[in-house]
Design a protein around this ligand. Structure first.
Ligand SMILES: *Cc1c(COP(=O)(O)O)cnc(C)c1O
Length: 344
């Protein structure tokens, strides 16, 4: 990224420090920003984080961005142990273990049965680390209690550990994703003469979308026109309540730097909010998007965001002057193998 561009968005020393280079680059940056022609939406920009070369089948770009942020936080605070819950749909687990190992970070995963699957299937999914992590039940509340008690234990033994919500939802990971927004904004201006009007992405823990909203807030503060950030909720937990908590936490984390409060719209359609589950209709969207545009998305995340984006066009919500952008976060390589169990 050009320094002048960066400095426009990061207008204080604290912000520049928070956004400085991570200790380990996990993805190939910048990822391409492409433009496709959609029969009803017209021009659509696609941010190809699926080409970042990280995670399951090397197609999990947003996970790389989030982990870069978290590792930077851990390193600058001398933290060497990470505790985190992890569900059954994971594009993160094996890559996280490998990369943390390189930095000498000790990872403790608490394996939550979400979406619920038979034990043998779970053992397969988590085979890279079931020897060191135990399979637990479906409750994230129980996972949180287990993790907090481990954290207390660590404190008593003066162990330098950090405990984060799934995915990892932490301000440092949000900043990692906001770096991606700045990367996109620079490229969109240079290549397409301006910013998109709206950005659509699938949202589970809310971390990725919070990062885009943070980047957008920095852009607005620097004089950019507003960009609508649209979180397509793929979990039952209400992101509308959780995102303001993430934003407040991030604002506090960045202090004394002052940033505008990030803004985000949440779309929670019942057909999309059973986590990890999908229907034939979602699979049909995946097949069509692959045939028409050569983009490989999955029915657990990508197809749901794509569906909402296409419906926005029907409702006349897409501005004609500034194209929408589909943030291709990544891909769940296990979805076909699990289709029989996950389809509803
Ligand atoms: C992780 C991921 C997301 C976004 O997840 P958040 O937990 O909300 O950050 C979206 N799509 C895919 C394919 C993913 O793997």
């Amino acid at each position: 990224m050009h320094d002048s561009f960066r400095d426009e968005y990061l207008n204080s020393l604290e912000l520049r420090r928070a956004f400085s280079a991570p200790p380990l680059t996990l993805g190939k940056w910048p990822t391409p920003l492409e433009c496709i022609n959609h029969p009803s939406l017209g021009r659509v920009l696609v941010k190809r984080d699926d080409l970042a070369g990280f995670g399951g089948e090397s197609r999990s770009g947003v996970k790389a961005r989030k982990l870069e942020g978290l590792f930077m936080h851990m390193q600058s605070n001398g933290l060497n142990t990470l505790r985190m819950p992890l569900g059954n749909i994971t594009n993160l687990g094996p890559a996280l273990m490998a990369e943390a190992g390189k930095l000498g970070i000790d990872v403790h995963l608490d394996l939550v049965n979400d979406p619920p699957l038979p034990k043998t299937t779970r053992q397969d999914i988590h085979s890279a680390y079931t020897d060191i992590a135990k399979l637990h039940g479906p409750s994230y509340i129980s996972a949180a209690i287990r993790l907090w008690s481990s954290l207390l234990h660590d404190r008593l033994k003066s162990k330098r550990s950090i405990c984060v919500p799934p995915s990892p939802a932490h301000p440092s990971a949000i900043i990692g994703m906001a770096r991606g927004y700045l990367e996109m904004a620079q490229c969109a201006k240079e290549k397409f003469g301006g910013l998109p009007g709206a950005i659509y992405l699938a949202s589970a823990s809310g971390t990725s979308v919070a990062g885009l909203a943070l980047g957008e807030a920095l852009g607005r503060a620097a004089g950019d026109p507003p960009v609508r950030i649209i979180a397509v909720q793929v979990v039952p937990e209400p992101l509308r309540l959780w995102l303001p908590i993430l934003f407040t936490w991030t604002q506090r984390y960045l202090r004394p730097a002052r940033i505008p409060f990030p803004k985000c719209e949440v779309v929670a359609w019942p057909k999309h909010t059973i986590y990890g589950r999908f229907t034939k209709a979602h699979e049909t969207i995946c097949a069509r998007v692959e045939t028409d545009f050569g983009l490989i998305i999955d029915p657990i995340y990508g197809a749901k965001a794509w569906d909402v984006m296409e419906h926005s066009a029907l409702n006349g919500q897409i501005s004609s002057s500034r194209p929408p952008l589909f943030w291709h976060c990544g891909f769940t390589p296990t979805w076909r193998a699990l289709a029989e169990e996950l389809r509803v």
